[in-house]
Design a protein around this ligand. Sequence first.
Ligand SMILES: C[S@@+](CC[C@H](N)C(=O)[O-])C[C@H]1O[C@@H](n2cnc3c(N)ncnc32)[C@H](O)[C@@H]1O
Length: 188
Amino acid sequence: MSIYIIEHLEPKIWEWCLIEYKNISKIVGKNNLWFTNIKEKSKALKELSKHGKIITKSVKDLNLKNACVLDPEAKKTLSSKEAKKFDFFIFGGILGDYPPKKRTKSELTTHLKKAKARNLGKCQFSTDNAVFVTKQIILGKELSKMKFINELTIKINDIESTILPFCYPIINKKPLISKELIKYLKSH
Ligand SMILES: C[S@@+](CC[C@H](N)C(=O)[O-])C[C@H]1O[C@@H](n2cnc3c(N)ncnc32)[C@H](O)[C@@H]1O
């Protein structure tokens, strides 16, 4: 059984982070999910603790063996054959930025000397979609067999819309994004 680890790297558990983290729990199940580097004590933390294991320490201090860190800057792409052999998959709890600041590499991969770094292609996924894609690869579907779009426009009302310049898997002909995030975007 694979364990998915989200190393929280934002200064706060922002509402947007919480929405993504809760969605990750739905994707992989709370028993397979660890949130590391959680230093704050807040209402958000109380909520988060219902959706996975909370660890105050950074994943960098857990000394895990047989781990894979998902990093857009990694040289090799994760394959199904290899994915089945890892015990831990580590992701940056980092909100998307454009152009990407390569924070996964500088804040995570560089410090995880024992972990193997792998990419999920060249474009940037949200953390929840990166977890979704990784789970598909573990289940045997190669990245090259999945379909994506490079940006998503969310209609806020008749006049305004928001463009999310990230990659979204196409599932049942629709881009994969949580209903809760759409609700959040429409109300902010
Ligand atoms: C929104 S991304 C953060 C990207 C950030 N802009 C950066 O520069 O690293 C959140 C996390 O999803 C995972 N991720 C997203 N896209 C990826 C890709 N193409 N390959 C591997 N991991 C990816 C990484 O673990 C990353 O830390």
